[in-house]
Design a protein around this ligand. Structure first.
Ligand SMILES: Nc1ncnc2c1ncn2[C@@H]1O[C@H](COP(=O)(O)OP(=O)(O)O)[C@@H](O)[C@H]1O
Ligand SMILES: [Mg+2]
Length: 307
């Protein structure tokens, strides 16, 4: 913070450990950075020639923006914040991940579509507004002995997701905002609750971990422990294809092996945290991310930067 003439914006409302890691990695390339909240950005389409105003970048727009967090808000506020990022891309700023990739990964329905379209193994998923339709799908799946997961469309960290079966029936929750995102529950083979997180940067799977949970929701934020997991060909193939499907510069891909041992892609995270993964990874993840980000800036701006 407070750097003179910052060239890079790190978009976040909560810099913390990730902010420090990114700032340090950027400074190794001789790049000054500044934290920026999307809530402070302004669009001004008037007689001035400065259409986007970003605090700290009054003299010159940044060369690149690393998006570490998009704060929640009203639908209008969130759309506006993504508008700002889209405008910046159009004005030649490298936004990492791109707003398009962020939109595709924040929206679980769009992610599910892109995974299916790419032919990747992912659980059956149904999305609609009608509670009657939701009850019908529940009946159809419960009759087959399947359980279902009900998720908020824009959820993260395992918050607000429910496991439903013929005993519980369909659950109604205002947080679902009038939309049902229902997904086949992937029954794991053993008795352990775990899933796999693979981190992909620049199209290559870099590192993986097993998240061992205390319940079927195995997010780190829900108490799961991180264990190192060696990458194998299948994991790399699936995670890299999933990141490609949403066109992400980098991504955290969640996978679960089903009872038959087939890996299912559950989620692609376009703004993934890596604190837990770093604790089981030998190289510095922020360095890898920033090396790629800086390469992207170099390609876009034909800029000479220290490597
Ligand atoms: N279809 C599913 N079958 C089994 N477990 C699931 C399924 N979907 C999600 N989970 C569990 O819930 C966790 C959170 O779900 P996810 O779709 O990744 O949403 P979030 O964005 O909240 O992380 C996953 O890491 C996994 O442990
Ligand atoms: Mg997840």
């Amino acid at each position: 913070m407070g750097n003179p003439n910052p060239q890079i914006a790190i978009v976040t409302d909560d810099p913390g450990w990730h902010g420090e890691q990114l700032t340090t990695a950027l400074s190794r390339h001789g790049l000054n950075s500044r934290y920026l909240s999307l809530t402070e950005c302004q669009l001004m389409f008037d007689d001035s020639d400065q259409w986007v105003r970003l605090p700290g970048f009054e003299q010159k727009l940044p060369l690149g923006i690393f998006v570490r967090g998009v704060p929640g808000g009203t639908l209008e506020q969130v759309i506006f914040r993504l508008d700002v990022l889209h405008v910046l891309v159009d004005l030649g700023v490298v936004v990492y991940n791109s707003p398009r990739a962020i939109e595709r990964t924040v929206d679980k329905a769009m992610t599910s579509f892109l995974l299916k379209q790419s032919g990747l193994p992912t659980p059956s998923t149904w999305i609609f507004e009608s509670p009657e339709q939701a009850r019908m799908i529940c009946q159809q799946e419960f009759d087959k002995g399947h359980r279902l997961v009900l998720k908020p469309l824009f959820g993260s960290q395992g918050i607000g997701i429910h496991l439903i079966d013929s005993n519980s029936g369909l659950i109604h929750d205002e947080k679902f905002a009038g939309l049902y995102y229902l997904q086949s529950f992937v029954e794991r083979g053993g008795t352990d609750w775990f899933d796999i997180r693979v981190f992909v940067i620049d199209g290559k799977a870099q590192s993986a971990m097993l998240r061992r949970g205390i319940s079927w929701i195995t997010n780190r934020a829900r108490g799961a422990r991180c264990e190192p997991l060696p990458l194998d060909t299948r994991l790399c193939e699936l995670a890299e294809s999933a990141a490609r499907a949403v066109n992400a510069d980098y991504a955290g891909v969640d996978l679960i092996p089903d009872a038959a041992g087939q890996l299912q892609v559950i989620e692609v995270n376009g703004v993934p945290a890596w604190w837990g993964l770093q604790s089981v990874t030998e190289f510095n993840i922020a360095t890898k991310l920033i090396d790629h980000f800086v390469r992207r800036i170099g390609e876009t701006h034909a800029l000479t930067v220290q490597s």
